[in-house]
Design a protein around this ligand. Sequence first.
Ligand SMILES: [Zn+2]
Length: 197
Amino acid sequence: MAAVPLLFGLLALFVQSDGRPYGLLEGNPQDWKDPGYLQIVWAESPNFGPRPADAVIDTIVLHHTANTTLGGVVRWFATTESQVSSHYTIGKDGSIAQHVSTFDRAWHAGKSVDKFGRENLNNFTVGIEMVNKGDGEDKWTDEQVEAVRLLILSLKRRFPLKYITTHEYIAVPKGRKNDPKNFPWEKLYGTGLEIIR
Ligand SMILES: [Zn+2]
């Protein structure tokens, strides 16, 4: 656990550039409280492993959670039973939970291939979940999309990111996933990332 404050400090540098304090989730995830817009909280998941040594992290994968609360996602990812995680989950109000270090391999994409034929996207991507029911009607809030946008801009300083894609576009077999459903791409302006599908 000694690495956690260090990683968190790094994150603070990247994300909390305005100097606002960040919080740590202490103890049981049942105690979860949404930290608020652009506030980032470490909410560890045991569901991760090492990336391949030669991984070049150049792609973001977006997801919807099919869940209504950030706390619910935090609790689910904190269980070994779920066998899933992401690097980040963004709440409706722009709260940010980080579950896995971006230097590690989170388990968000499952069986996957991108349009370049690259398989197993967990190896070389950063996974961002966004709280949304995924029924096609649940609204994407401006705060949430803006938090994703700013997070991506901060991640670009750390990794040679070039592409952004979605679980829908990479899931194998095609049609296995549909997330993030009805995502408002026009609000994710200025990242400089190419959308690949
Ligand atoms: Zn997904």
